[in-house]
Write a protein of this length. Structure first.
Length: 202
């Protein structure tokens, strides 16, 4: 067997080499004074009112590159120690230009959770409430977007249950449905319909 040869490269400045390969997001984090490994705080004492507003607006917009709820955005501004009188102004700006849209966020979340992940309505409601959305908004959007639990559970059974006649496969499928937030009654009904027999998933 041929012996592998090791290649050594001499580097004068490792920091320069690293900078060639870092990610754009890393450079933006460095510019704003924060990062994953070590949080940095920027001295804002010398900033004018307009400079402060621009700084916090940029930080907020960077945070909102991935869609967030208004409650999450407000919490982020508080964590940045953004002045209270500026927080509402920035949130109003984000709402006006649709950087924040809780109803659209809920619709997109439900489509993904129900259509791709096949989560139950109970789990979707819980997750949305954890995001800070109101019960009224959740009810409104769930009625329009979410399938029934039996529809979602049936889709999971068709996807996960390879052999409807195998009791062990049915038990595992039932446990999987429970993990996605479906009630025992719903699981029992959809599994019974799969081949006409009952199953004990407990």
């Amino acid at each position: 067997m041929q012996e592998k040869k090791k290649l050594a490269i001499e580097v004068d400045n490792v920091q320069k080499i690293y900078k060639l390969y870092d990610k754009p997001s890393d450079r933006m984090k460095e510019a704003f004074g924060f990062g994953k490994k070590k949080k940095r705080t920027r001295d804002l004492s010398g900033y004018s009112e307009e400079e402060l507003k621009e700084y916090y607006k940029n930080r907020l917009l960077y945070y909102l590159e991935r869609r967030k709820t208004e409650k999450e955005a407000a919490r982020h501004l508080r964590e940045l120690n953004c002045p209270e009188e500026l927080q509402e102004e920035l949130l109003a700006f984000a709402r006006e230009y649709r950087f924040i849209d809780d109803e659209e966020y809920a619709r997109s979340f439900i489509r993904d959770a129900a259509g791709l992940k096949h989560h139950s309505c109970r789990r979707i409601r819980y997750d949305l409430m954890q995001k800070g959305l109101s019960k009224e908004l959740i009810d409104l959007v769930m009625e329009a977007e979410a399938p029934s639990d039996e529809e979602a559970a049936s889709a999971l059974v068709r996807k996960r249950l390879s052999d409807p006649e195998d009791p062990e496969a049915r038990r595992k499928c039932g446990n999987y449905l429970q993990a996605h937030g479906f009630s025992y009654d719903v699981i029992e009904r959809v599994l019974r319909r799969s081949d006409g027999e009952n199953v004990d998933i407990r």
